[in-house]
Design a protein around this ligand. Sequence first.
Ligand code: PLP
Length: 379
Amino acid sequence: MTALCYDKGRAWIELNMENLRHNVNILRSMLPPGCELMPAVKADAYGHGAVPVARELNKMGVRAFCVATVAEGATLRRHGIRGLILILGYTHPHEFELLTTYELTQTVIDFSYAKLLNGYHRPIQVHIAVDTGMHRIGERCENVEHFLEMFRMENLKITGLYTHLCTADSENDEDKVFTARQAQSFRKLVQWLDERGYSVKAHILSSYGLIKYPEYGGDYARVGIALFGLLSTDEDTRLRGNKLRPVLSVKARVVSIRKLHTGESAGYGLAYIAKKDTQIAALSVGYADGLPRALSCEVGSVLLNGRKAPIIGRICMDQTLVDISGIPSVNTGDTAVMIGRSDEQAITACDVAKQADTITNEILSRLSQRLTRVIVNQL
Ligand SMILES: *Cc1c(COP(=O)(O)O)cnc(C)c1O
């Protein structure tokens, strides 16, 4: 669980709820007719904090959410979140009871999992995942007889069908053809079932789907990363996400300042050697807080008083060293920005992702529970 301490202490995440509301409004304006948002708040809302985010969304009239696990769904319910909560992943039969206790909707992983769910002694609300080409989870769309059988299962209360586009972010022509085929296969199945009297909600779009292929429609858009004001890469964010605003900042304290003389080392493995007399600072944040260790040794930097301070030596579990030479008047207790703005300068989660050779989604979702949450501009 997220540490629900609303104080700026050692290291924290600042959530700007006004930016979240701005993104909701932008994304709502892009929805195809009849489609509503089903925000993805899995992995603690991509590191932001699922409870405060879902609360704000509930206040804005959002009535459906998706999460990855039954525990994530139960946490939201225990904090009073209302509406549909769809679990996108696997739930072990030991935990089926939680589905009914917390009124959660379970994904049917495939036909054999449907039989497992149906074998539970009470009715369970479900959406069926449809495999249209990702080949991860989902019943294969061509197995139409299996779909009919699932609709006839006594304990499966089927309220939705969904599929997932696996290359919607690509600009490559072959990938676009693949995406169109996925959408067509899904539409065909939904129609086929509809003609037989099995008419339920259907959904296909996630962030890239909504932004690039709104014409595929559906009853829900399962939007994750875009809701948080970013796309998976820096380039996409600049090209397609420029109306969105990042919701989260990550900050920590300057805890100690010292001067290194030429030739002295700093940190583990003597990985940094001062080439000249250098002013350095220790910050109260490390890789256990989610700052990727790949940013060590001047790959990454932080912001202090509107200036960039390169990360020197190896990032530690709980602390990080930066070079503050030339940055005027840095004092202990000052705030350093790992992700966010400081005066004219900004470091985005996309920048950090690029430096760590990964996607924004991974950087955000790995931000630690140890960071406290400070909420600003709440409804
Ligand atoms: C995580 C997830 C989403 C949200 O994806 P974004 O790209 O972050 O919008 C939607 N659908 C499924 C099945 C997911 O696993």
